[in-house]
Design a protein around this ligand. Structure first.
Ligand SMILES: Cc1cc2nc3c(=O)[nH]c(=O)nc-3n(C[C@H](O)[C@H](O)[C@H](O)COP(=O)(O)O)c2cc1C
Length: 209
């Protein structure tokens, strides 16, 4: 089968489609962000990339804080809406019924309807082209208690999260196996016999990426 070669573009997919809260008090705003990710596990650091012309850009610069609210797929329409209108003209929380509640560690609010929120404090901004990247420490995380079992274990599989892929929305939802599935004995672990774990990956828990 042949392959077609294109010039460089940002066809990295899927990416999360998250709702980011920014600004404090009356100024609080919500922006949909697809260009975001994990920058470091320890210390926990993430980034969002925002165009300087966005209303939210100014708010993030002023406060040095933002909250990444993970979006359940059931909230696709509201997520699309806050990513289409600007907080310069519209109070998006009022218009949509999204409830802004105080965050634990930062001054900008969290969206109550979102099951998990990463509270972030910016430590560096990089100007990269169309977007500026805000690199931030995750100073705390709040999670809907329905996602946590009695032993304190997080079950993110209890919610279908929204993802964005080349102009379209999809949902996560089908669990294929835990990390390390290639090394498990049985049906899925077809590489178990030929696997030699990298020394730095031995004895590491599932979240120690
Ligand atoms: C799925 C989706 C992903 C988006 N990702 C980004 C992004 O990563 N960075 C960005 O600057 N704008 C992104 N946008 C556009 C902003 O969300 C949109 O321009 C929003 O209306 C800006 O709001 P504001 O003016 O209140 O800040 C995205 C929009 C959608 C619908």
């Amino acid at each position: 089968m042949g392959r077609i070669s294109w010039k460089g573009s940002v066809l990295l997919a899927p990416v999360p489609s998250v709702m980011v809260t920014c600004g404090k008090g009356e100024e609080a705003n919500i922006i949909t962000i697809g260009w975001c990710g994990v920058a470091s596990s320890k210390p926990p650091r993430v980034y969002i990339s925002v165009r300087p012309e966005r209303h939210s850009y100014k708010l993030i610069e002023e406060t040095g804080e933002f909250v990444i609210n993970l979006t359940p797929s059931s909230m696709v329409e509201v997520c699309d809406y806050v990513g289409t209108v600007t907080g310069r003209c519209v109070n998006k929380a009022e218009k949509t019924g999204l409830t802004l509640i105080p965050s634990d560690s930062v001054g900008v609010p969290t969206i109550e309807q979102c099951p998990l929120a990463l509270e972030c404090r910016v430590f560096q901004k990089l100007s990269l082209g169309s977007h500026d990247m805000f690199l931030a420490d995750v100073v705390s995380v709040s999670v809907d208690e329905d996602l946590v079992d009695k032993d304190g274990k997080l079950h993110l599989d209890r919610v279908n999260l929204l993802v964005y892929s080349h102009g379209e929305y999809f949902e996560t939802g089908k669990k294929l196996g835990p990390i390390g599935t290639s090394m498990q004995k049985g049906k899925r672990g077809k590489y178990a016999k030929i696997g030699v774990r990298a020394p730095e990956n031995q004895n590491k828990g599932r979240n120690r990426r």
